[in-house]
Design a protein. Structure first.
Lengths: 115, 115
């Protein structure tokens, strides 16, 4: 089954404790992206990747890191989480960034709470 | 830059009522337009899309027409069901500029359908 898999689904942590949210897709997609969803703000893009070893900042990259060492994986790293990073996070992928007929496939989300 | 504005919710309707969720956009050129739906506890999934002016996207009884003259892509359904309760996001994929190809989302509209 074609899917984007994020782990964990729920995560509660404390300020400053490094964490990684994993994302994997099995569709051989080139493009992958991370979003955060907050009430009243909708979805905002954190980082995206056009292909292996190619990553770029989205609209709200501060406090986050990503890597793309393999095509299928795109982990989101919070080196020193802070309470303002409490949010619902989504990973998404598609065949390519610029394709007009290339919809995004989303994971089921990771709800992160930083205390 | 490119942007999407959609009507604020929440929207509460009775079963079999007519639904309209307004969406307007600002973009250079001819972006692709999308409606995504997010059911409770899940990630977003593509509902319908249109890639050029006057195209009509349709799926599951929902429709939206790409109106270049009014820069709009309103979502409609003639008779909603309880199972349509979800959050609906309008989105565009820009053509020009540094963020071309990235999806830009509206803030989402929550729909609740009562039996």
């Amino acid at each position: 089954e074609a899917q984007v898999t994020q782990n964990p689904r729920y995560l509660i942590t404390v300020t400053g404790k490094k964490l990684t949210v994993t994302c994997s897709q099995n569709m051989n997609h080139e493009y992958m992206s991370w979003y955060r969803q907050d009430p009243g703000l909708g979805l905002r893009q954190i980082y995206y990747s056009m292909n292996v070893e190619v990553t770029d900042k989205g609209d709200v990259p501060e406090g986050y890191k990503v890597s793309r060492k393999e095509k299928r994986n795109f982990p989101l790293i919070l080196e020193s989480p802070s309470p303002n990073q409490t949010s619902l996070y989504f990973c998404a992928s598609s065949f390519n960034r610029g394709g007009r007929n290339s919809p995004l496939h989303f994971g089921n989300g990771t709800r992160l709470t930083v205390t | 830059g490119d942007s999407v504005t959609q009507m604020e919710g929440p929207v509460t309707l009775s079963e079999e009522a007519f639904l309209t969720i307004n969406c307007t956009y600002t973009a250079t050129g001819y972006p692709s337009l999308f409606w995504y739906v997010q059911y409770p506890g899940e990630g977003l999934q593509l509902l319908l899309k249109a890639t050029k002016a006057d195209d009509k996207g349709s799926n599951k009884g929902f429709e939206a027409t790409y109106r270049k003259e009014t820069t709009s892509f309103h979502l409609e359904k003639g008779s909603v069901q309880v199972s349509d309760s979800a959050v609906y996001f309008c989105a565009l994929r820009g053509v020009y500029g540094g963020s071309q190809g990235n999806l830009i989302f509206g803030k989402g509209t929550k729909l609740s359908v009562k039996p």
